[in-house]
Write a protein that binds this ligand. Sequence first.
Ligand SMILES: [Cu+2]
Length: 372
Amino acid sequence: MIGIKSIALAAGLAMLSIGSANAAPQATPIAPVSKPVEAAPTVTVGDPAAATPAATPAVTTIDPMLAVDGAPAMAIDPKVGQPVVGVLGLQPQVTRTGAQAAWFHNWLLMPVITFISVLVLFLLFWVVVRYRRAANPVASKTSHNTVLEVLWTGVPVLILLGLALPSIGLLQAQYKPAPKNAVTLKAIGNQWYWSYQYPDNGGFEVTSNMLKEASEVGKGERARTAIDGPRLLATDQRVVLPVGVPIRLITTSNDVIHSWEIPAFWIKLDAVPGRLNETSFTIDKPGVYFGVCSELCGARHGYMPITVQAVTPAVFAQWVKAKGGTMPGAAAAPSPAVVGAAGSAPAAPTAADAAAANALPAAPAANASAGQ
Ligand SMILES: [Cu+2]
């Protein structure tokens, strides 16, 4: 079983490496993060289909911006979306829930915790010094003090209440159901890689494997470069998501429990076999964000990272098209398979495509919210 998987993986990497030789020089100029992204929307602001015919009608699915693996080439900000050497604290948050949580952590929890710890430490020292035997030979016999007892019960209760209120608000924000116009990303854990489906966009699937170091691959195989991201975090295929659009994240697993996590999104959601977990978030800033599987899932648990590339909605639409998918709002476009279904709602071909293209049936999202 593992043997077959690793052979398939090696074959896939080898195939990717053929093209990566071409792609690398294209992406090499490490431009400011936003540059490659901002350039594209001007091409296809309205209907993504409108811009392509002008260029080369024969090769409409390949966007010049896309690297060979289909992900738009985007430079990485080494201080955002990944751990930084020597830096403490939470990663810069790029979702509203993340910002709320970071505020709660940085400006409420940490000050309160620090104050209480320092106060208790001070009291301990004070008791040790002031009431030591030499300084205080006759000990007090006091055993009750009503005012003190009311205070040391009441003050902690007030502190806990002050923490509980924003905490409950944060909990609620983290599990807020996604609105109707959300883009659905289904993350499926496998031993030991992630696969992704876009049920709202034609149900195409993306498989994301960790990129190995140059010293670990055979000659000619694709290895990690600085453009891909840090060691153990870079993947061969990035998950592409639009910024400013609510994302409905659904997780499940094909084998054991995994956990899909992106620290910069304040997202960590278990991927459990036979079950759908759901949450939602909205990314506020374009960029590349890294995460790892966060549930001990086996021997290669440490080698199934997650790479999300957040782009503008227009670029996302281009990417979806390049992957053979469809945008929910767009008219049933020049896909030869859907000639007959011109008038029908976009949802119908989407579901049909998903069922046909994927061995794993796309379970209805309704179950997910019911399960929560
Ligand atoms: Cu895992």
